[in-house]
Design a protein around this ligand. Sequence first.
Ligand SMILES: *Cc1c(COP(=O)(O)O)cnc(C)c1O
Length: 521
Amino acid sequence: MSLNTQGRPTRPEVSADPGAYADTFSGSRGLDQAEPLIFERASFGNTGVDLPEPKGAKTRLGGLERENALGLPGLTEPEAMRHYVRLSRKNYAIDLGLYPLGSCTMKHNPRLNEKIARLPGFAELHPLQPDSTTQGALELIDRLAHWLRTLTNMPAVAMSPGAGAHGELCGLMAIRAALEARGDARKRVLVPESAHGTNPATAAMCGYGVDSIPANAEGRVDLAALKAKLGPDVAALMLTNPNTCGLFERDIIEVAQAVHAAGAFFYCDGANFNAIVGRVRPGDLGIDAMHINLHKTFSTPHGGGGPGSGPVVFSAALAPFVPLPYVVHEADGYRLVEQAEGAARPFGRLKGFHGQMGMFIRALAYMMSHGADGLRQVAEDAVLNANYILASLKDVLSPAFAGPCMHEALFDDRFLKDTGVTTLDFAKAMIDEGYHPMTMYFPLVVHGALLIEPTETESKDALDEFIGTLRHLAERAKAGDRERFLAAPSLAPRRRLDETAAARKPVLRWRPAPPASAAAE
Ligand SMILES: *Cc1c(COP(=O)(O)O)cnc(C)c1O
């Protein structure tokens, strides 16, 4: 098998018939039904509803009128139901089992949040309603903003960013606006090697050159290397804390001082806030801007691309540049500010409307139901659970760094040395055992990384089952059971796929199979 420099396989080496269904006549596996694409299943003339042909309706589309059939698949109602229910049973979800995906904070989403978000007064809001009819919603945004500022000890917050990566963009655009306002165009952004890929991507999108800072042997940013790279053309440092190795950046105060002494701003990637919420206020560390992933720390559902919400908190130096819109509370109620007013110099606007309202409701419900002591306990239990995993597995897996971790336990692939099994094979074997794999091959500073984040919502029993499974798999790999790992997953609906081809040559459009005669030519 060929590996790249991170120890990641570049092509799958799979057992016979990759992608095949199990060897049953029907293609189903037990009660897990095989299900083709909806286009393959459908008859195009069918419909699940009986509507009369519209009479006397005239098209007003002129020359733009459709000439061919729309080509939508037609299913009866029971066929449509079965199609989606069968697909949903192939999904792995936090409501199904432990989801140890490091850096993603896949914790339980309390049902209370869902109940509140479905109250008709919230659920049926329209973003174009006048402020006078949405006072409760604006108050909710304002209250959530208040608690985000309080938890971080930062004076300003932008609520509109639609995800963490969008928050990073918001933060760097505010930094760029602040630098331009003082006539100080700078060219570089410093990003540690262990950063999430969205950090350098954001800096590049904002027109900055990206300079990477190495990690030291302890998995933390190398302070001397950072100081050596700081200079009058550095706009910002983007640092994740706790970082993506699951470690607290011990030198963070000194980092902030050095960054500020160089006239630069300190951006913190706050995706891992779950590990410190209620315990550490980022404003006390000298941070200028930090996004908070409501969908991670504050338990709004995520995965599969959304919806997310990434409010950004700002220091006093950046507060004037916070983007539009924002909510203000005045004598006669709440008002949404949509145009620059007074001393504010917003860098612009990131998004239509005011942000992800449904996520705001869930996040505030989560905060209020936990209270200050509950939120602190979230961080404490998240760290406790991760350390339980680290301590319980350190004799069979290989911890990447010595000492305790924060909210996630990072292992490298030294424990698989000479077994012929890679991190990828190990992860695929976890699928056969009923677990979604942990984050693999990230962060890049560790060879063949396995990054496990259990979160605080797993019980000790659930952790013990997970630990038992990983111990068993590690022992099987060391005992020479290589074939089992290379064949995995054997029990999933699909076997091992060529992920490189899927990423490089995605088939995004279904086309009917060509007639047999054309195919033969
Ligand atoms: C999740 C994450 C991001 C990006 O957040 P999205 O909401 O997925 O855009 C950035 N950095 C880190 C460390 C993350 O874990």
